[in-house]
Write a protein that binds this ligand. Structure first.
Ligand code: KG4
Ligand code: ZN
Length: 317
């Protein structure tokens, strides 16, 4: 089995996945509560927490799979993009394990991991397809020709905020705790999505832009008396979510792709999933960060020849 390790942001995760793409265990320990009072992830706090959690989380993944290290033949780890200190914790743990057990170490790109969430059983989606990857840090439209990362081409990306960031910033303006995407999704269910006409940015080609939308919400919120804001919160959430989802769906449809897939934290959004009924969506548990997707990507990535010198990277080259 492949042991996957993921520590790129504020989730400490480990998973055991077979080479055939079956998940034997997937443990995710979220630090969201730890960062909530700062309204976002504090990198140094995240690194320290990863350090405390990485060993117990790996132990837990082994226990839940009813396995031990003898059952592991490959170690896979996220090497970027992400918070550099956070990444280094996972990478160091992976190096130590690989070295001690004389195992190959496979470096995985986090974004490849999100796409590879589709290659796990029972989804097991076969390329070619067009993939919308929408998370807290990235918004990408991808042409996936092959399961290897080299076979993936970027068709469009955001010019400013990521879709998840737009959700989180909007949620914050509406007084919801960090990370606000799921909470905003929940609140929007009680609201009228036609109550406010938020702008859907029209940028050329297949790129996205979300910063104007966030500013538009800010202006509306500022003008409302506190009591009035309380009354309109659900309508604001619903209208704001509608605008983000519209922008995403329009771009996906503009590709004219036959097979469309959605991955990443924002792919958990109920309205986005409902708006793309024919799209293949990653299972909910695999949308937000996890290590099963990292182990999955490792199935299509060569091991590092000289892994002890391997470094992490904060942003995509
Ligand atoms: O993929 P992910 O776990 O981490 C990154 O790689 O960034 O994505 C996290 C993002 C956050 O911005 C979070 O608010 C958003 O995904 N998210 C959602 C929902 N669940 C998580 N956004 C909208 N609706 C949801 N249900
Ligand atoms: Zn992610």
């Amino acid at each position: 089995m492949i042991l996957g390790i993921e520590t790129s942001c504020d989730e400490t995760a480990a998973a055991l996945v077979t080479h055939g793409g079956e998940i034997r265990s997937s443990v995710v320990s979220s630090q969201a509560d730890l960062h909530a009072r700062y309204g976002g992830v504090v990198p140094e706090v995240a690194s320290r927490r990863h350090l405390e959690l990485v060993t117990p989380v790996i132990r837990d993944a082994l226990a839940q799979a009813d396995a031990d290290l003898d059952d592991v033949d490959t170690v896979a780890v996220t090497v970027g993009p992400g918070l550099i200190g956070a990444l280094l914790v996972g990478l160091s743990a992976a190096k130590a394990l690989a070295w001690a057990r004389r195992l190959p170490l496979v470096p995985v790109d986090h974004l490849h991991g999100h796409v590879a969430s589709l290659f796990l059983e029972p989804t097991n989606l076969e390329p070619p397809f067009t993939c919308l990857l929408a998370s807290g840090g990235h918004t990408l439209l991808l042409d996936v020709r092959d399961r290897a990362w080299e076979g993936v081409r970027v068709l469009g990306t955001t010019l400013d905020d990521a879709a998840g960031e737009a959700f989180d910033k909007g949620a914050r303006l509406l007084g919801l705790p960090y990370p606000g995407g799921a909470a905003l999704d929940e609140l929007a269910r009680e609201g009228d999505a036609t109550a406010y006409a938020f702008p859907v940015a029209r940028v050329p080609g297949l790129d996205f832009s979300f910063s104007g939308l966030k500013t538009a919400l800010l202006y509306v919120v500022r003008e409302l008396e506190p009591a009035r804001l309380e009354e309109r919160r659900a309508d604001l959430a619903a209208s704001y979510q509608r605008a983000i989802v519209r922008a995403l769906v329009e771009r996906v449809e503009a590709t004219g792709a036959e097979t469309v897939a959605i991955v990443g934290g924002v792919a958990a959004n109920s309205e986005l999933r409902a708006s793309l009924p024919d799209a293949v969506a990653a299972p909910l548990a695999l949308c937000t960060d996890n290590a099963a997707m990292i182990a999955s990507a490792a199935r299509y990535t060569p091991a590092a020849p000289d892994y002890l010198t391997l470094d992490a990277y904060a942003s995509a080259a």
